[in-house]
Design a protein around this ligand. Structure first.
Ligand code: T4K
Length: 375
């Protein structure tokens, strides 16, 4: 490998200014209040709700615990219809609640759960639909709502990838469904190092969620539910406040990278990009390409290795499918014949580096390798 090439990774975290962070740390040190709904925690909840355009939001310590807690809060049991094409945390949240996942295939155009396949998977045990706005592309929330209303099901969206995604009227995708959850992991568009949130529609639900993420405490001596500890601490909340100031700039930079990729790949036989709908303000959280080996002349895995040889580290999100992992592969709905589209996507997808720290030269270098120009 030529050592002069910098290492390019699939993502790179948005970091706050270190001096500004130091000054907020000083405030925390002076106050001696370092966790449990402190000043920075309260400020971040308020500012995030405003920025995202949601009525109520509760901070969490990562993006997995709000999923687990959302299922608890809505008292979901039995079977839940979900997608196999996601990060494994989506389905693990069901397992942690003793719920049986029922996998339904995805729509090739969006990589999201295909509403046309949902109805056939409903049984008397079905209580909810758990969708994922994969790569930040919104699910078909209207069709999912229609089905949920018809069968009396709850809807939860794992919106880990959908930070800041809005429709053209400026309405947040996070307001869809009964509850939505976010991840603020280091690898996401907006990060608090580790962190996450739940979005809800009313104050009473927020109150209940706030109890649930604090062991169920509703007062010094009152426990109202078997809650968990999933509170964000003051240090990460302060870090999050600073990152919130620069996330718009970061999304703008991501958009520029995405536009450059789309333009470069439009005439490459066998490479397709996910269509970015003009109906939404996207966040460009990931940049997946899909490799058709017969037309491109190289398999997805061969391209992945070729990029690696040039110090470019894409990731095969989401391969293998969740339904292929041993915890879930024995389920009838995990059968390959049930999930042809998801299997095809998992076999052909490669997420290219996408983050605001990429320079024009970095992007050119990646494009040259995909185009086969750089030997
Ligand atoms: N639902 C969905 C749909 C999700 O995608 C996720 C998480 C969740 C739920 C759960 O949310 P959390 O509980 O995680 O908040 C990563 C992330 O760990 C995970 O948060 C994310 N999805 C998933 C898609 O990707 P890995 O194992 O691929 O990450 P890792 O450590 O290999 O990092 C990828 C690249 O990012 C590295 O090659 C370089 C860069 N990186 C990473 C870290 C951690 C940095 O530059 N700095 C860093 O500190 O899982």
């Amino acid at each position: 490998m030529d050592k002069k090439w910098d290492k390019l990774t699939v993502t790179s975290p948005l970091l706050p200014d270190l001096e500004e962070f130091h000054s907020l740390l000083k405030e925390i040190w002076d106050s001696k209040w370092i966790t449990n709904n402190g000043e920075f925690h309260r400020r971040l909840e308020k500012e995030l709700a405003e920025y995202l355009g949601v009525p109520y939001l509760s901070l969490f310590t990562n993006g997995t615990l709000p999923l687990i807690t959302a299922l608890q809060a809505l008292r979901i049991t039995g079977e839940v219809i979900t997608t196999p094409y996601s990060f494994v945390a989506t389905t693990h949240s069901l397992w942690w609640n003793g719920i049986k996942p029922v996998f339904v295939d995805v729509d090739e155009k969006t990589c999201n759960i295909d509403p046309e396949k949902v109805e056939a998977a409903i049984t008397p045990h079905t209580t909810a639909i758990l969708g994922v706005h994969c790569y930040g592309t919104p699910c078909d929330t209207e069709s999912i709502k229609e089905i949920a209303d018809k069968y009396g099901l709850k809807v939860i969206y794992d919106a880990a990838h959908a930070f800041g995604v809005k429709d053209n009227e400026g309405k947040s995708i996070l307001n869809k469904g009964d509850l939505s959850t976010l991840s603020f992991h280091a690898t996401k568009v907006y990060n608090t190092i580790e962190g996450g949130a739940m979005v809800m529609h009313d104050a009473a639900t927020k109150q209940r969620i706030d109890y649930l993420k604090n062991f169920g405490f509703a007062g010094e001596t009152t426990v109202v539910a078997p809650g968990i500890n999933s509170k964000m601490d003051e240090i990460r909340a302060a870090y999050g406040l600073l990152n919130l100031r620069q996330v718009e700039r970061a999304i703008k930079k991501r958009k520029e990278v995405a536009e450059k990729y789309i333009e470069a790949f439009k005439d490459i036989h066998g490479i397709s990009c996910l269509k970015i709908s003009t109906e939404y303000r996207h966040n460009y959280s990931y940049f997946p390409i899909f490799v058709d080996e017969d037309k491109y002349g190289l398999s997805r895995d061969a391209l992945y290795e070729k990029l690696k040889e040039r110090n470019i580290f894409g990731r095969r999100y989401f391969y293998p499918l969740i339904s292929e992992f041993s915890t879930y592969s024995g389920l009838p709905s995990a059968a390959k014949e049930n999930l042809p589209v998801a299997n095809k996507l998992a076999r052909t997808v490669l997420c290219l580096p996408m983050h605001p720290n990429l320079s024009e030269e970095d992007v050119d270098r990646i494009i040259e390798v995909v185009k086969g120009e750089r030997i």
